[in-house]
Write a protein that binds this ligand. Structure first.
Ligand SMILES: Nc1ncnc2c1ncn2[C@@H]1O[C@H](COP(=O)(O)OP(=O)(O)O)[C@@H](O)[C@H]1O
Ligand SMILES: C=C(OP(=O)(O)O)C(=O)O
Length: 476
């Protein structure tokens, strides 16, 4: 019997926290609606705000009895405008000035920029792309401390907007002083994932990892692929990170946009092949920042990412500042569940399985697929075996990861199809089966169903592992 009834979503969901979702009530509703990880975008969040919201997430996740991860997203070597007291409505023909080094100008429309070298990197006649390319301006003159531009497309200039200069290597270090302060804050708040913006090469990830380790954090390193250099160095970056984010907001500006779907597919496929979790981010439900219903194209985009079997989908402005955050999460859930049932691209067949653990995981997944098991129960100390199994994308099974470490449980919120459950490890196979039976009963899995049990915890010899095909037999 194929276990399609009560299908639980395998694709994980990340929601960016912002003014629209900062209340305890909203955080609680988002957790109830299925958010697995909350993202703090450090281009916007102030330290006290981050501390307060991180504590709220921990409290509401405890109340909901569900592990929820927290992700700190660094600003990285990105060019951003500074704070504006009020938004500015811009129309074609307006003159707009970008200032650096604290320069003050009398112009009607101006804003500071965090990157002094912008005046060197941009030439008169170049087009400046602001706010994900929404506002285009042409440089008409430049001085030591400012650039004067003509507005080409209408738009609203707000605080902390991103400026892209495609193809130019920005003269900022991979981690700025602000990033280092934010990472320290993230460690203090117990963040599980640290995303590195505008990663350019594998060394950038190594640097972040060294910082985390030196400060005693077990945080995972997520590399954001958002420009052409990162695409060029993709394989090394995948190898040096714990997970990849396809940051389509910037990537879609930094690369010709017709390349975006091809790059997305290549990244998802490569990550699955190399067994690294992958996040598809940004613009999944962009129209729902203001509209109550998605476009057909957005539904199809979500379904495509789910069909590709990405581990995770990420909402940005939709939950940070949109009008319908909870509805967006519910729509992602609904589209993901339906698409998962219909099957996926199957890139996991490309995974290279070299070591014994990998082969063990593959055997367990084959068995579970063959018998149509609704569950693979894995006893995992460090989350390694659970993530191996997730990487192989079982066709029908939820992966219940029984783990004696709450930190590891929170890190598993990113992996495809994994539901982490905290347990003290049982001492025998019999106790393991008893624990699993009791647990699966609460999950609505019926007596008589066949499930697969696998453990990385040796019961006898140091290298012994077991895989068990077990038919549930609940004692009433
Ligand atoms: N912590 C925050 N505080 C204030 N505004 C925020 C915060 N996080 C996000 N936002 C708002 O939501 C918008 C969308 O979020 P996101 O896509 O993460 O930002 P961006 O595209 O600027 O990196 C931001 O541009 C910003 O206006
Ligand atoms: C997630 C992204 O990064 P940010 O929100 O930091 O611009 C993106 O560009 O898609």
């Amino acid at each position: 019997m194929i276990p399609f009834k009560n299908w639980k979503r395998r694709t994980k969901l990340i929601a960016t926290l912002g003014p629209a979702t900062e209340s305890g009530e909203m955080i609680s509703s988002l957790i109830e609606s299925g958010v697995d990880i909350f993202r703090f975008n450090m281009s916007h969040g102030k330290p006290d705000w981050v501390r307060e919201k991180a504590a709220l997430i921990q409290e509401f996740s405890r109340r909901a009895g569900k592990y929820v991860g927290m992700l700190l997203d660094t600003q990285g070597p990105a060019i951003r405008t500074g704070d504006l007291p009020d938004q500015m409505q811009l129309k074609p023909g307006d003159i707009f000035t970008f200032t650096v080094r604290g320069e003050k100008v009398e112009d009607q429309h101006s804003v500071s920029v965090n990157y002094d070298d912008i005046v060197n990197d941009i030439q008169v006649g170049d087009v400046v792309l602001v706010d994900n390319g929404n506002i285009q301006m042409k440089v008409i003159s430049k001085e030591k401390n400012f650039l004067r531009c003509e507005v080409l497309t209408p738009g609203v200039m707000k605080s902390r907007r991103h400026i892209n200069i495609p193809g130019v290597r920005i003269n900022l270090p991979p981690l700025t002083q602000k990033d280092l302060r934010d990472i320290q804050l993230g460690i203090e708040c117990g963040m599980d994932f640290f995303a590195l913006s505008f990663v350019r090469e594998a060394n950038d990830c190594d640097l972040l990892r060294q910082i985390l380790i030196s400060k005693g954090s077990s945080g995972k390193v997520i590399a954001k692929i958002e420009d052409q250099l990162a695409v060029k160095n993709l394989f090394q970056i995948i190898d040096s990170s714990d997970a990849i984010m396809i940051a389509r907001g910037d990537l879609g500006i930094e690369c010709p946009f017709e390349e975006l779907p091809i790059i997305q597919r290549r990244i998802v496929k490569s990550c699955i092949q190399k067994r690294k979790p992958v996040i598809v981010a940004t613009h999944l439900l962009e129209s729902m920042i203001v509209n109550p219903a998605p476009t057909r194209a957005e539904i199809t985009d979500i379904a495509n990412a789910v069909y590709e079997q990405a581990d995770c989908l990420m909402l940005s402005g939709e939950t940070a500042s949109g009008r319908y955050p909870v509805e967006c999460v519910k729509i992602l859930d609904r589209v993901a569940v339906r698409t998962e049932k219909s099957g996926g691209a199957g890139y996991a067949s490309l995974v290279e399985l070299l070591g014994d653990e990998e082969k063990l995981a593959k055997t367990a997944v084959h068995l579970a697929d063959d018998v149509g098991a609704p569950a693979i129960c894995v006893f995992t100390r460090f989350g390694f075996l659970a993530s191996l199994i997730a990487g192989l994308r079982p066709r029908y099974s939820v992966i219940y990861a029984f783990c004696p470490d709450e930190e590891v449980c929170r890190k598993l919120t990113l992996n495809y199809g994994v539901e982490p459950c905290y347990v003290v490890f049982p001492k025998s196979q019999e106790e393991s089966i008893e624990l699993v039976e009791k647990f699966l009963k609460t999950k609505g899995i019926e007596s008589g169903q066949k499930i697969v049990l696998i453990s990385e915890v040796p019961l006898k010899g140091e290298r012994d592992r077991f895989i068990l095909l077990h038919q549930l037999h609940y004692i009433e």
